[in-house]
Design a protein around this ligand. Sequence first.
Ligand SMILES: CC(C)(COP(=O)(O)OP(=O)(O)OC[C@H]1O[C@@H](n2cnc3c(N)ncnc32)[C@H](O)[C@@H]1OP(=O)(O)O)[C@@H](O)C(=O)NCCC(=O)NCCS
Length: 235
Amino acid sequence: MTHPTAHTASSLRDDCFVISRYPCALIDVWRPDTCTALTLRPVLPQDEPLVGSFFASLQPATRYRRFHATVGTLSAERLMQMTRVDYTRHLALVVTTRQASVETVIADARYVVDGSDSSGEFAIVVADRWHGMGIGQRVMQALVAAAADQGLNGLWGDVHESNSPMLALMKRSGFRISTGMAGQGFVRVERSMCPALDPALPLRPPPAARLGRLWALLRPAAPVPGAGLRQVGER
Ligand SMILES: CC(C)(COP(=O)(O)OP(=O)(O)OC[C@H]1O[C@@H](n2cnc3c(N)ncnc32)[C@H](O)[C@@H]1OP(=O)(O)O)[C@@H](O)C(=O)NCCC(=O)NCCS
């Protein structure tokens, strides 16, 4: 499968989209207390409407924390980019629940390999009514394990300093939190895949260069607030 950066949205829609290697090993099913079974799995192209409904269902404040910007409905192009991933440079995991055979997405976590080619920027969001049930931690564990399997040296992200649930989750998931790197009220969270080397994550290009590459991967065609890992320049 060709990397998503090589496609425009229209070519993605027109071409026969072939998944060369669906990472089945990442599928996980568990049953939290007082709840039906939850499934964690890599996203599929046919999840586009489910992922769209998920993001549409989030509280505005939750969407803001996820995208670092005010974001409305995600465009079809953005949803396509978020669900047609290559599982190597862009891995997206969803958690779903099923009631009366209707599947619903309740969490989304993903990373995109950055300009260093050895670490990835990640983002995560859990549906509001499912917060505090350990889903975030479970998904982060899976994302970290998948990144390590993929040979990445580290994962990193920027979190608003007021986002205490996320910072608590980061601490519990073994991420280091450093101030001064992300700037503008944000802190940098990062985790090495090689604890012995920590904190020697590889040097990365400056933020503008990294974000430029990431933005190029996930930017919408129209100036519609969208669904990359963040909205660059709007925070
Ligand atoms: C951050 C987030 C992913 C956590 O998901 P979650 O499934 O609730 O996390 P867990 O249930 O695994 O709990 C992890 C920690 O968060 C704490 N927590 C969860 N919800 C909380 C809340 N509403 N207020 C305070 N703490 C909360 C838990 O108590 C736990 O803390 P601990 O590690 O000190 O015990 C979720 O709150 C979310 O989707 N936030 C909006 C999106 C976002 O902020 N993304 C980060 C930027 S990419």
